[in-house]
Design a protein. Sequence first.
Length: 296
Amino acid sequence: MNVLVRLTCAVGGSLLFFMPSCNATPRSDDALMIVSFGTSVPSALTSYKSTRANFEKSFDKDQIEWAYTSEIIRKKLKKEGQHILSVNEGLQKFADKGTKVLRVQSLHLANGAEYKWLERTVMRFIDKNPGVFEKVYIGAPLLESRKDMEEVATAVMKAMPAERKSNEAVILMGHGHSNGQADLPVMAMQAELQSRDPLVFLGTVEGSLSFDDALAALKKTKAKKVWLIPFMMVAGDHATNDLAGPEEDSWASMLKKEGYEVSTQLRGLGEIKGIQDIFVRHALETKDDMVKIEKE
């Protein structure tokens, strides 16, 4: 099919009526396993559903599986009657189907603990099951390169609330890691956003770039109103409770205590097409074959 599409585009034939646009991304013949941390908040699934729909433009939907890295969330959902694949279960499912070329795409934001765990898990499965797959490609997390950072910043800025006025600040909540993993890409992301709009700040629940840092920077401005937005794939528990919840230690409550007017936009990054496109690009372009690792 892809050959016909390219040929038809080249000669300008009438077969275009029956085929995808010549500008469309060719559909990959490879199988795809999408891997995310997971969520148990039903409303947050909008991000995952939207992200999957975008992947289905480039991969056969019947060759896509989804796995959660969080065992806690999988166990919670299992009690509710929902079975979500673990990474090992997903790999085994593809192996049982006879898949030869598999692409594993993480929806993690940076190369932190969860992403590193994913890499190790895939490698262990391959070592224990030699010859099952011919190739297993693993895609990079969201923030891997300068190009990624710039595209993420562009997508995030375009997705700002339409009601926001130019003198109103924005604080984005990322997750971060308590041991400092992924601090550098998050801090680089903060610098890029600041270069585009000095009233946009990024803080994390864990890690070096804290809410206190964002608040200290905010106080140096004349902003009276603050928009709170999650910088996470889904607007799940952290967004609804730690960011916008009524508890005294939520970011919204602490800002109100400081005298700021607060509004929220609880939408995960997974609902933003520009973010989805980066993950699809990473899945399609990666050359990191975990079966046969070669030095460049």
